[in-house]
Write a protein that binds this ligand. Sequence first.
Ligand code: ATP
Length: 283
Amino acid sequence: MVLYEKAPAKINLSLDVLSKRDDGYHNVEMIMTTIDLSDRIEFHEMKKDRITISLESRFVPNDERNLAYKAAALFKERYDIKAGVHIKIEKNIPVSAGLGGGSTDAAAVLRGLNRLWSMNLSLSDLANLGAELGTDVPFCVYGGTGIASGRGEIVKSLKAPPACWVVLAKPNIGVSSGMVFQQIKLDELIHPTTKELIKTLEEGDFSRMCTNLGNSLENITMERHPEVRQIKEAMIQAGSTGTLMSGSGPTVYGLVMQENKAHRIYNSMRGFCEEVFLVRLLG
Ligand code: ATP
């Protein structure tokens, strides 16, 4: 049997770091929404009790270091599955970009294997399993729009933002989330207005949503990589209504309602960096 799962990227409408935990991780609060830029994951059932991965990417390993492999291994181990699977990943989401590429692949693997092996687990079961793999995985299991808190394992669904266009611009650098989190000085962080942002989502107020976007990690990444700040300024100059760095960066996104404006921003950003995308919110 062969199955497919779509693994959409996410952007952070907000990212707040609240406190340091005893286990070394941080308590976070992040509002995320999925966008129409997806990896495609194919599952081939195998009789042999093993996991294999194939993908074409210079930046992502195709062995047990791949998050998709880790997700499959965890699923097999936890539910004692004595069967194998070949996972083929078509990678479209830029890597180490702040768009949750690895997390969404892992989440799609959990959903896909649940179907392949007819386990009938709920999304909440899969999200709990996903929490063992990474902060963004539980949200990616559900997709849509939601707020993740704790270490990322507590996910509450939120009303989707109004339909709009998203321009993504990624400078030619990769940012490691781990490194950015290590540099956090809690007393120096600027916190986003998360409650206000939730209110604007409930009210479907696009322009106020855009003024309440915020990311506590932005300054840390921008200090190390000034080009991220330049890209954000260029995006605002080009006419983006809501502009923010996603995750730990370095991708900066711009939100606009009008299609012609979105194309103008897209063309303008292509003068600044190689990887520029124009997509819709899926939220
Ligand atoms: P995060 O903010 O969660 O770190 P990201 O979008 O910034 O996410 P990813 O694209 O998930 O970053 O990649 C982070 C690292 O994970 C890279 O070093 C990459 O090689 C590794 N990785 C392992 N498996 C995958 C996968 N399936 N897809 C992308 N990256 C993967």
